[in-house]
Design a protein around this ligand. Structure first.
Ligand SMILES: NC(=O)c1ccc[n+]([C@@H]2O[C@H](COP(=O)([O-])OP(=O)(O)OC[C@H]3O[C@@H](n4cnc5c(N)ncnc54)[C@H](O)[C@@H]3O)[C@@H](O)[C@H]2O)c1
Length: 406
């Protein structure tokens, strides 16, 4: 099939209406969200009301750099947001604190953009969905991978039939298995039907441990996936350091090898994506992505003051998805249910392993053996059960956590 066809229409950003926003958890990832909020504030979409963190110095330095008030209390920030009318809290605490913050936000009528993973367990993910549904508030998942411009372009290649009939999708992901599952689910374009998995801890040469220190053993996860449309998938959290994340899709006309398109078999034509950028005043802006002679994906956010950086565009997309829904301009892109599906795909690997390697039918219900173990670990670690976390939030500085990976 030739690489040609009409340019797809770009989805223009909707009109700006200023919405109040607060950020909860001013650690590492928050710095990127604060930069995005500043860019969208300058374009008239958001107004930063305040930043809350259990560590008052973090809240203070974020507010000094980006504006708004510093808050040592999450509740106080939510009360301030609730007074502004429709308002959004961007939740960037460790995953073990996502559900109490979302429950409190819902109780204050505040909408949430929540970082990934949606939660550390499916039971708590469901608590978050239930709290938002009961309060009538919106919950958007800040999953960035499927929103990467390169991933949007790859999905369009598949939708245009350049790979033909897709049969297999494979992924290894090193920094958050839910991101890898998100990448696969997006490219396959179908819900998961089942997950057959195994997980264990394997010995490795001495290597840096995520979160600090060194280790000689790391967690490994592997899974065979079946999608509802019949596509097969393979997922792995690898053990070797420096291997990097990588995913591939195979169809009967071609393949995607990372971002490279291969048309035909072993001797087929190979096409690399080309990022098209333009200088706009003092900013290099991503205009679109082309494969060969075809302008495949146009950046709908190209007129906003955003750098050409892949993650910056994905983050702005997350914030604008929620804003679009709140201003009545359109639906959300990735509501909490989608974040739950990415999380469930990973937790199903462990549930399958605990069940002796039997396939787990998807969507998986919360409360399985692995969920119960996660809750027991949580209670032992923090001294209260996850169901009571909202009552303890103000007095519990949750440490950086890598609950689902390393
Ligand atoms: N989408 C991505 O690519 C991506 C990348 C990195 C991190 N993340 C996610 O972002 C979130 C934060 O990760 P991070 O690396 O920034 O962690 P971090 O530990 O650097 O930051 C978390 C912040 O939350 C604060 N906090 C802890 N307990 C609190 C409480 N009870 N009340 C208020 N604040 C509290 C901490 O003081 C800290 O400043 C996690 O969910 C993580 O998985 C996503």
């Amino acid at each position: 099939m030739p690489l040609e066809g009409p340019l797809p229409a770009a989805r223009c950003p909707h009109q700006p209406v200023e919405v109040a926003v607060g950020l909860i958890g001013a650690g590492r990832r928050a710095q990127a969200h604060l930069a995005t909020i500043a860019a969208l504030e300058s374009a008239g979409y958001y107004r930063l009301v305040g930043v809350a963190d259990a560590d008052p110095t973090r809240a203070a330095s974020a507010a000094a750099a980006y504006g708004g008030q510093p808050f040592a209390s999450v509740r106080a920030l939510l009360e301030a947001l609730a007074r502004q009318g429709p308002a959004v809290a961007v939740v960037v605490t460790p995953p073990e604190a996502h559900h109490p913050v979302v429950e409190l936000a819902a109780a204050h009528g505040v909408h949430v953009l929540c970082e990934t993973p949606l939660s550390f367990s499916l039971l708590c993910a469901d608590r978050m969905l239930a709290a938002a549904a009961a309060a009538g508030t919106r919950l958007e998942t800040a999953e960035n991978v499927w929103r990467f411009p390169e991933e949007r372009a790859k999905r369009q290649l598949i939708e245009r039939g350049l790979l033909g009939r897709v049969g297999l999708a494979q992924c290894r992901y090193t920094s958050g298995s839910y991101h890898g599952m998100n990448a696969l689910r997006h490219l396959v374009g179908s819900p998961l039907a089942s997950v057959t998995g195994d997980s264990t801890v394997l010995p490795v040469p001495r290597q840096p441990r995520a979160g600090g220190g060194e280790t000689t053993e790391v967690a490994w996860e592997g899974a065979l996936l079946r999608f509802a449309n019949g596509v097969r998938g393979i997922f792995q959290l690898p053990v070797r350091p420096g291997l990097g994340s990588h995913w591939e899709v195979d169809g009967d006309l071609g393949s995607l090898e990372g971002s490279r398109l291969r048309l035909g078999g072993a001797d087929g034509r190979r096409v690399e994506p080309e990022r098209r950028t333009e200088r706009r005043s003092d900013l290099e802006v991503l205009v679109g992505i082309a494969y060969g002679e075809v302008d495949l994906w146009e950046n709908p956010l190209r007129d906003l003051p955003l750098p050409a950086d892949t993650d910056a565009i994905a983050r702005a997309d997350e914030h604008l998805s929620l804003h679009r829904a709140l201003s009545g301009a359109g639906p959300q892109d990735y509501p909490g249910q989608e974040g739950r599906a990415d999380l469930a795909a990973v937790l199903a690997i462990h549930e399958s392993a605990l069940g002796g390697g039997c396939p787990v039918a998807m969507p998986m219900a919360a409360g399985g053996e692995h969920d119960q173990r996660l809750h027991a670990e949580y209670s032992a670690r923090f001294g209260f059960p996850p169901e009571e976390a909202a009552a303890h939030l103000e007095h519990t500085p949750f440490p950086p956590s890598y609950p689902l990976t390393r």
